[in-house]
Ligand binder design. Structure first.
Ligand SMILES: [Zn+2]
Length: 367
């Protein structure tokens, strides 16, 4: 079983500077190889293999000698990541790989091996970078140490994430039936609605932070571009974004733990990742990415204990159909919270009705 272990690290000034070079170089290599691979694919319908990409990487290193200042394994990993982004595109229906941009906060690089964690002195040895202090707030999970990711947040905090693999197989999937499964709908006003009729709301502290985020976003846009005040406001904005991310993760861990322990199977709607990337309203984008990371948590936690997550395509009409008689309410708009079915007379809460339908669709495909 593979597990991720995240720790904060405290690099010194020189190490920080060298890390910036790693972030920049890995982004550069990824984007350059993406360019090459896209060109070959679009012009000649040739899909470069991982091996060929690595050859192009060697050429890049000759052309741009400064790439040799950073760890070779990190650059190779960037090439590997591009290759798997293409695999996701070809096999899993993910979007076409995109350039990694500085403005999207892509400040990370990965090391497949050759690092050393010393838990006794709470330090990690990274090639080229040397020993760095680690805050070991939690013991690392047992197993072989695999890929390590170094990243920096927009507020200037550094983290490592170490993947461990204990070599054990995942537990077998447990049986489930109609009675032991639940359907969940992403709420528009609430966080999530369950087919049991329960609604899970965003915690108050998170709502407060989201209000503050809206305010700070306005503040930033009001200040003159390039001014000191704008920089100050941007810094505050980055801090609140980070706080929200942390609060959200905590909340999602709590909710996902509970749902996994209470149910044998959970049915959720999957989001259209392509649609997520298109520039729609910010609020929608935030709620989509929150949902995405929630489903991710549900998925890996379910694997750990042998429970099942059933993903339903977004194309299934979950909110517009009456879950009792199947009547299709084509006039239901986004803002209607409750509606009564003209066929059978049932009074529906929009989100709960959707959750029940999600469960029904899941039952139809599995039980
Ligand atoms: Zn009905």
């Amino acid at each position: 079983m593979k597990r991720g272990n995240i720790y904060r690290i405290y690099p010194n000034k020189e190490q920080k500077a060298l890390m910036e070079k790693h972030f920049g170089s890995c982004r550069f290599v990824y984007n350059k190889l993406l360019e090459i691979k896209s060109l070959m694919y679009k012009k000649f319908r040739i899909s470069l293999s991982e091996f060929e990409l690595n050859n192009h990487l060697l050429v890049l290193k000759e052309t741009y000698p400064w790439l040799k200042e950073v760890n070779a394994g990190a650059l190779q990993q960037a090439s590997r990541n591009l290759n798997s982004a293409f695999n996701h595109f070809f096999k899993d229906g993910f979007g076409y790989p995109q350039r990694k941009l500085k403005k999207d906060n892509h400040f990370s690089f990965q090391l497949p091996q050759h690092y050393e964690l010393n838990t006794t002195i709470s330090q990690i040895l990274l090639p080229k970078l040397g020993w760095i202090k680690v805050k070991m707030h939690r013991e690392i999970s047992k197993g072989t140490l695999r890929t390590l990711t170094v990243s920096r947040t927009p507020t200037g905090k550094y983290y490592i994430s170490i993947l461990t693999d204990d070599g054990e197989k995942l537990p077998e999937k447990q049986e489930f039936s109609h009675d032991t499964m639940v359907g969940i709908d992403v709420g528009i006003n609430t966080y999530a609605a369950l087919s049991t009729g329960e609604k899970i709301d965003n915690p108050r502290f998170l709502k407060a932070s989201l209000q503050r985020l809206k305010f700070l976003q306005r503040e930033v846009s009001r200040k003159v571009i390039g001014s000191k005040n704008r920089k100050k406001a941007s810094k505050k904005l980055a801090l609140i974004n980070e706080k929200i991310a942390n609060q959200r993760h905590d909340f999602q861990h709590k909710v996902s733990n509970r749902l996994i322990s209470e149910n044998q199977a959970i049915a959720v709607e999957t989001l259209n990742i392509e649609g997520m990337k298109k520039n729609h309203k910010l609020a929608q984008a935030v709620s989509d990415s929150a949902w995405y990371s929630f489903v991710l948590k549900l998925t890996y936690k379910a694997q750990w204990v042998g429970k099942t997550i059933i993903k339903i395509g977004m194309f299934e009409p979950s909110s517009k159909n009456c879950n009792v008689c199947g009547y299709h309410n084509s006039e239901l708009t986004l803002y209607v919270r409750e509606w009564q079915c003209p066929e059978c007379g049932t009074l529906h809460d929009r989100d709960i009705n959707a959750a029940i339908n999600i469960k029904k669709i899941a039952v139809g495909t599995t039980v």
